[in-house]
Design a binder for this molecule. Sequence first.
Ligand code: SF4
Length: 80
Amino acid sequence: MSRATAAYERLTDAMLETDPECQNDGRFVLDDQPAHTLSYICRACPLFDLCRDYAEIERPKGGVWAGKRYSSNSKAGTDE
Ligand code: SF4
């Protein structure tokens, strides 16, 4: 199992017990929503550490993860 897969499984397992703060919030998948406008939500999320760990390993192709934006153009998460 890859590190990214293991991190994703830890995150999704935790989501079975705890809802993420971004649940049903479409702003997290919009390309033009600045990450810094959503980071306050992530800071209050009980899944923050697991979400950040996954995103830092996997570098998702889009969306805001743990208060940072990831995209296919970026090598690392950004606050923009
Ligand atoms: S930390 Fe991750 S799971 Fe929690 S609100 Fe932010 S993006 Fe969603």
